[in-house]
Write a protein that binds this ligand. Structure first.
Ligand SMILES: [Zn+2]
Length: 234
């Protein structure tokens, strides 16, 4: 295994990843990310308001029916009041009046519901205007970040990419596959470290009793039993 080339490759790979990390920490990227979050938040708000409007609308026709029923009951009572002679008839009218009171109370809720609906509609309009504004802002921040990113990419990333490609052509398929598997199994950089005959160059653990027996020559490599890094003799 060409350890020297693999070590160079991992170093370039680290620089490549660091560039992406640095990009994510730039003011332009953070601004763009935040504007995206604001946009999604506004979308969610609009969705919630729409649901609320739907819910309020669904309860309105019911109230309209109630209004008609109250009117009919009032007409009925009016005609019966003048003719009521017995106590039972009066009691009956009293019960009907109580029922109308309950229905009127419901109607007051209807009015509240209507007011809520109007407020929701207003909120919806405001939110929609804000969404249009946020959309414009997102696009402009994305373009601003994109142009800076492309410039930095040309300066920092392209040379790394070229060098990595060059190294890839010198490494075997198996070596590249080993590197990729190391990257997946080792928790953090570096993935290939030296072994001084006693301690792991990555996690620093004393692994002599477990791995020294495998290192019969300089060409031998072995995985650290603690951190899974690839070990080679210094
Ligand atoms: Zn280790």
């Amino acid at each position: 295994m060409n350890i020297e080339l693999l070590k160079k490759y991992q170093e370039l790979d680290k620089n490549y990843s660091e560039f992406s990390e640095k990009v994510k920490n730039t003011e332009q990227y953070i601004n763009y990310e935040n504007s995206l979050k604001d946009f999604s938040k506004k979308q969610k708000e609009i969705q919630d308001t729409k649901e609320e409007i739907k819910r309020l609308c669904a309860s309105l026709p019911e109230c309209e029916e109630k209004k008609n029923t109250i009117q009919l009951s009032l007409d009925d009572i009016q005609s019966k009041v003048s003719q009521a002679l017995t106590l039972d008839e009066v009691d009956n009218i009293y019960k009907k009046i109580k029922k109308i009171e309950d229905d009127i109370y419901d109607l007051m809720n209807y009015e509240k519901c209507l007011n809520k609906l109007i407020l929701c509609e207003d909120k919806n309009k405001d939110n929609f205007n804000q969404l249009i504004f946020l959309n414009k802002e997102c696009k402009s921040l994305r373009d601003e970040f994109g142009s800076i990113y492309n410039q930095s990419k040309d300066v920092f990333l392209k040379p790394i990419e070229t060098e990595m490609k060059n190294l890839c052509s010198q490494l075997t398929k198996e070596e590249i596959a080993t590197y990729e598997s190391l990257k997946n199994s080792v928790e953090k950089y570096p993935y290939i470290v030296d072994y001084d005959g006693e301690f792991c160059g990555g996690c620093g653990e004393d692994i002599s009793s477990e791995v020294t027996k495998f290192f019969t020559s300089k060409d031998v490599t072995c995985r650290c039993p603690r951190c899974q890094r690839l070990l080679y003799l210094k």
